[in-house]
Design a protein around this ligand. Structure first.
Ligand code: PLP
Length: 414
């Protein structure tokens, strides 16, 4: 066990190093981006036609080219005809879906209302989901995330009793930030539960659907099949993208939904665009081809990312295990490591990191806020999201060690 004096000396040494590092967002590093570079040569002036002869340079094909719909069908676990391929961002699809619910209501129901409609979020969760809800004045209600997904007893009770809860918004696989994958039981219960709101919809953000770090990845049960079997075909709107497969901001996204929801969404999309970027769809489909191609590519990514996760986890283990300073979950995929320090310690720990030159995701960001862009609301000031994907190993080692020094120092000083 270090004394507080020793920790303060160690911290002073880090401060003297004049560090200038940013670990605030889950971005791929150049070391993984480079693995998709060859894709840029997949479409050129001689081969821009899709398999059915569609000229990808021109307008049209609102739902996306057939081969790309088939590829995303494999990722989303549905047939190609149930897939809408979008532009470069699955977050934009989710924003659009919520906008549609606000302006027109879902499937013939009344529009969602600011200050009245509630959205249920498993927490800790993804700050940008919270931000969209706050942007529209939707009330965020929270439910704890257990080791197998959201606390389903609480979820079932809340959605059955409160008809103003029109949405549950979640990341079912390698969740941001906890890294938890929903168990079969959780998925089945989400699909089958009774809900008071007639328009109740789950926004199922499957951003990390193929992002395994280890050969044996988590397996997420197919909720679309469960919804169908439970007689709730309109319950889920699922999205994913290639942002963390190819290039974030220059990838392709897709969604699937029940037939009525999808028809309504497409009708709306008609007013918004004449079609998304088909050249990029073609590029991606030619490069990855099918699920086997995606899996092979994700293994290459994992070979770069796994050592980063292993490094952070081994430093946490070595420096903090058994000291009562923090608890963490070792994810088997995804983009984050979620650490819970003791109550009242997260903000101070991250403040010390900042003063030593390392910026992390702000404390509280993993909990909803009532004001868009405002501070997050971790009621216990415990949760910290570590994003190990961008920095190189050397830099990551420094950040992780400094983090342990700060976390222990704050706890001892309390
Ligand atoms: N959803 C989750 C859970 C994410 O973590 C992220 C990015 O970090 C996104 C969506 C953004 O996806 P996209 O680039 O497709 O908008």
């Amino acid at each position: 066990m270090n004394t507080l004096e020793q920790l303060k000396n160690e911290y002073a040494r880090y401060q003297a190093m004049g560090l200038k590092m940013d670990m605030s967002r889950g971005k791929p590093g150049p070391d993984t981006l480079v693995l998709s570079d060859d894709m840029m040569a997949c479409v050129d002036a001689t081969n821009y036609k899709a398999a059915d002869g569609t000229d990808t340079r021109n307008y049209g094909v609102l739902e996306g080219i057939a081969e790309c719909r088939a590829l995303f069908g494999e990722l989303l676990g549905v047939s190609a005809d149930k897939v809408l391929v979008g532009g470069n961002s699955s977050l934009a699809l989710q924003f659009d879906f919520v906008t549609m619910a606000m302006t027109h209501g879902l499937r013939g129901n009344s529009p969602w209302k600011a200050g009245k409609t509630k959205v249920l979020f498993p927490v800790p969760g993804y700050d940008r989901h919270f931000a969209i809800a706050a942007h529209y004045g939707l009330e965020a209600v929270t439910v704890p995330m257990n080791a197998d997904g959201p606390d389903m007893d609480a979820v079932e009770k809340m959605v059955a009793e409160d008809d103003s809860i029109s949405c549950l918004w979640c990341v079912p696989k390698y969740s941001n930030p906890t890294g938890i994958t929903f168990s079969d039981d959780v998925v089945k219960r989400l699909a089958a539960m009774k809900t008071a709101a007639p328009d109740f919809t789950i926004i199922y953000d499957n951003a990390y659907c193929v992002h395994d770090l280890y050969p044996q990845g988590d397996v997420l049960r197919n909720i679309m099949v469960d919804c169908e079997n439970a007689g709730n075909p309109e319950r889920v709107v699922a999205v994913c993208s290639t942002s963390k497969i190819s290039f974030p901001g220059a990838g392709v996204c897709a969604m699937t939904a029940g037939p009525e929801t999808m028809a309504q969404f497409k009708k709306r999309l008609f007013f918004q665009t004449i079609g998304h970027d088909k050249i990029n769809m073609l590029r991606h489909t030619r490069y990855y081809r099918d699920m086997a191609g995606i899996t092979a590519h994700m293994q290459k990514l994992a070979d770069v990312l796994r050592p980063k996760f292993d490094l952070v986890l081994s430093i946490l283990e070595e420096r903090l295990a058994g000291k009562g300073v923090a608890q963490w979950f070792a994810p088997r995929g995804g983009y984050f490591i979620s650490v819970d320090v003791n109550p009242g310690c997260a903000k101070r720990t991250l403040q010390l990191m900042k003063e030593a030159g390392v910026v992390m995701t702000p404390a509280g960001a993993t909990y909803p806020t009532l004001v868009a862009g405002g501070p997050g609301g971790d009621p216990e000031d415990r949760n910290i999201r570590i994003a190990p994907t961008f920095p190189g190993l050397e830099e990551l080692k420094t950040c992780a060690e400094l983090f342990c020094v700060c976390a222990e120092m704050v706890w001892m000083d309390k």
